[in-house]
Design a protein around this ligand. Structure first.
Ligand SMILES: *[C@@H]1O[C@H](CO)[C@@H](O)[C@H](O)[C@H]1NC(C)=O
Ligand SMILES: *[C@@H]1O[C@H](CO)[C@@H](O)[C@H](O)[C@H]1NC(C)=O
Length: 333
């Protein structure tokens, strides 16, 4: 650890907030935020986090769940995005694009199985600026989404794609890459960081939140407006979609063959869902800590990813989602 810490010191003097891996929990057609109670929901999701995940989720998730696929052992939240598929350019069949842990994950994605990396930042990647503003943790029952599946015209700030090649992540782009990416496709979903302080949800699952971010990357969120005065952690997901088995099928000059599970061929429709589920005041404890190496200075418990990987939920939909087999149509489409 000493050598890792000193190597990092060269990159940034301070690391703020939380960053940790969560293994894949399940891939199925459930969406307790947008379509609570529906089994199945409209399209397939890639889901990580606690085992209270269900078609409908109310109340204190952190009190109900008993395990989590996340490294932070008190985090029973669920995090999900649409699932990415490859659409065969000649016969139109679909296959699910596997996910692999985000690399490099300093501090260790050690043994994560698929999944995504979650961030809770206080200011930006290297500073917390707690003197400027307190960060208030979400409350039980809180949920939100970012992005709109039907969007095809306008890119959404904070929702980005990168074309991976070796250790190079390449530029952040608002839409799918236009050529095969030897290291896969990297997606980032930044959520808004200002809350109205009253509503745990809203009819569109977005208007109880306000996005002050106007540029890409882990930039500082400016002060929150009076309509949404409470500064909450800025939540971000990073996912690496392993496209290697499909890259040779993408012939030069052909259009992008990757589609989101809602038949989304425009990259602008990417979106993500968040269901808060930290146990007790664990997230607040971490957010009150200053200048830590991404883990709340030991204020919250971690578990080995081998332990996290044992956490599972039942497949409640019971349909093929294209993991190994080719599908003639996307589930639900
Ligand atoms: C999911 O919901 C069903 C129906 O309400 C319930 O029977 C089941 O116990 C729930 N599962 C979990 C893991 O909460
Ligand atoms: C499409 O091509 C794949 C790969 O060659 C094949 O496995 C699949 O069965 C084909 N689908 C149809 C509908 O022919």
């Amino acid at each position: 650890m000493a050598s890792l810490t000193s190597a990092l010191a060269l990159i940034a003097p301070v690391q703020a907030g939380l960053r940790f891996p969560c293994s894949t929990l399940t891939v199925q057609r459930l969406d307790p935020v947008v379509q609570p109670g529906s089994n199945p929901s409209a399209h397939v999701h890639h889901i990580v986090g606690g085992n209270a995940f269900n078609a409908s989720m109310t109340g204190d998730v952190g009190a109900r769940a008993t395990c989590t696929t996340c490294q932070m052992a008190e985090d029973f939240s669920n995090y999900w995005t649409a699932q990415l598929y490859f659409k065969h350019p000649t016969n139109g069949s679909y296959k699910r694009v596997p996910v692999v842990p985000v690399q490099p994950l300093l501090g260790g994605s050690n043994g994560a199985s698929g999944g995504l990396t979650v961030y809770y930042t206080q200011f930006d990647l290297s500073k917390d600026n707690l003197k400027q503003q307190k960060i208030t943790a979400f409350q039980p029952g809180f949920r939100m989404t970012v992005g709109i599946p039907t969007e095809t015209n306008k890119p959404h700030v904070g929702l980005r794609y990168q074309c991976l090649s070796g250790n190079n992540r390449g530029a952040e782009m608002p839409d799918f890459p236009t050529k095969p990416c030897s290291g896969g496709i990297f997606t980032t979903h930044h959520f808004p960081a200002c809350w109205d302080g009253k509503n745990l949800d809203s009819p569109d699952h977005q208007s109880h939140m306000y996005n002050t971010i106007r540029s890409d990357g882990f930039t500082n969120a400016p002060a929150c407006p009076s309509s949404h005065p409470i500064r909450v952690p800025q939540v971000t997901y990073e996912t690496t979609w392993d496209t290697t088995q499909f890259n040779s099928l993408w012939k030069s000059g052909d259009p992008n063959p990757f589609v989101w599970s809602f038949e989304g061929t425009s990259g602008y429709g990417t979106h993500a869902d968040y269901m808060f589920g930290w146990k007790g005041d664990a997230l607040q404890r971490a957010m009150d800590k200053s200048e830590c190496f991404y883990d709340g200075c030991g204020s919250i418990k971690k578990q080995a990813m081998t332990e996290a990987n044992k956490c599972t939920v039942k497949d409640q939909v019971g349909e093929k989602v294209g993991e190994t087999e080719w599908l003639e149509k996307l589930p639900g489409m």
